[in-house]
Design a protein around this ligand. Structure first.
Ligand code: CDP
Ligand code: MG
Length: 152
């Protein structure tokens, strides 16, 4: 089933020059990047995006961390992408993340853990629209014949 998921590349991964490496892992799986933007997560966006975490003991630490520097928000599309991207990211706590996952490779702690991904079709639908309007999300076209533009 073709799905969309919301990915955030968190401040630690941006500051430590991992943006390209992280996006490469989705593209290697032939997942399509259909929307992308760099932004700073303020308290307002944080409380919308992390709505289910408001009031948790780690919430303020999480929000403060997410506002330390810019983040990259992406909509990633592909077959079974919600579950697959979470597998590529690894477990929340990098100490428990499988070798070769993004969090095992780059994350610094359970809070400072490099990436976010939606965990269900319902949260993907909600989270995508915290960051993007429907008109900012593109339809990938895999049927273009680029050879018609061949020139001298
Ligand atoms: O990101 P993921 O879905 O794996 O984990 P979550 O349980 O939905 O928590 C969201 C984010 O809150 C995590 O990615 C961590 O950055 C942070 N968190 C934390 O700092 N301490 C915890 N005990 C749990 C989560
Ligand atoms: Mg989560």
């Amino acid at each position: 089933m073709r799905q969309r998921t919301l990915v955030l590349i968190k401040p630690d991964a941006v500051v430590n020059y991992h943006i390209g490496n992280i996006i490469d892992r989705y593209e290697r799986e032939k997942f399509d990047i259909v929307a992308m933007r760099m932004l700073e997560m303020d308290d307002c966006i944080a409380s919308k995006h992390y709505a289910e975490h408001v009031g948790k003991p780690y919430y303020q630490r999480l929000v403060d961390f997410m506002a330390t520097d810019r983040i990259v928000a992406l909509v990633v599309e592909g077959e079974n992408v919600i579950e697959r991207v979470r597998e590529i990211h690894g477990k929340t706590d990098p100490k428990k993340a499988a070798p070769g996952t993004i969090r095992a490779d780059f994350a610094l702690s359970k809070t400072v853990n490099s990436v976010h991904a939606s965990d269900s079709p319902e949260s993907a639908e909600r989270e995508v629209h915290v960051f993007f309007s429907e008109t900012e999300i593109y339809q990938p076209n895999h049927d273009i014949d680029f050879s018609v533009f061949d020139g001298d």
